[in-house]
Design a protein around this ligand. Sequence first.
Ligand SMILES: [Zn+2]
Length: 294
Amino acid sequence: MKKLVSTAVITLAAVAPAFAQQDLSKVEIKAEQLAPGVAVLFGAGGNIGISYGEDGTILIDDQFAPLTPKIQKAVSDLGAQPVKFLLNTHWHGDHSGGNENLGKAGAIIMAHDNVRVRMASDQQTAFGEVKASPKAALPVVTYADGLKLHLNGEEVRVIHMPAAHTDGDSIIYWTKSNVIHMGDLFFNKMSYPFVDASSGGNVRGVVTAADQVLAFANDQTKIIPGHGAIATKADLQQYRNMVAEIITKVEAGIKAGKTLDQIKAEKPADGYGVNTSGFITADRFVETVYSMVK
Ligand SMILES: [Zn+2]
């Protein structure tokens, strides 16, 4: 429980400068191998995916700037070369906080077009203003729909998902290793979804993104969520159904003439095995859904 609380506070640091002075000195970066040459790194902030081998190392997301040396050490401990490519699943600081360090160290940064647009200018968010990032932190390769990387013996597909967690989300699919990184399109049980309306997110897009991933995942697929432990296709299916059902319940309440308070009192988000007091509480998620479907 304590761990969940501290994760939530650190997640807030993503978009809230007031929370940015977290003590990250005690954070350990832990690696979990998912396939030969593919691993996940857990620390503080968004989960990091890594592919490494003869063609070099690509990192998916990079947590917070003070953690960069520990992340580089974890990369080296896997037997991987220094980071050659870095891809951001979206612009939030708990997924892109290490960009400046890694960019200066020579990594080529890639992301959806809107990630660069948002990082390059001051952003007003639900948690306050986030200042523009320095040039070295910005993606230099951007795309509208996605791209393919041909690295380390497999095709790695990067696919943009329209307006969901933000307006710049990408998922990464290792086609041979059968691993998918979903960024914050998927929180595995530690919180309800965070739909960042100020960054162009939409709750219906979260369902659409999950449907797209479910269409090519199978029972052996290992799914890296933005936050939480490694998940299966069944976990994602459950998450998708939860979000869709909550939308349906809130829509029905609105149609029946109920107020937001009356709908919240019926607890439409309870009973799904998600931590109801996590980073995004059950009530807060219902408020988000209400604001987006009414
Ligand atoms: Zn995020």
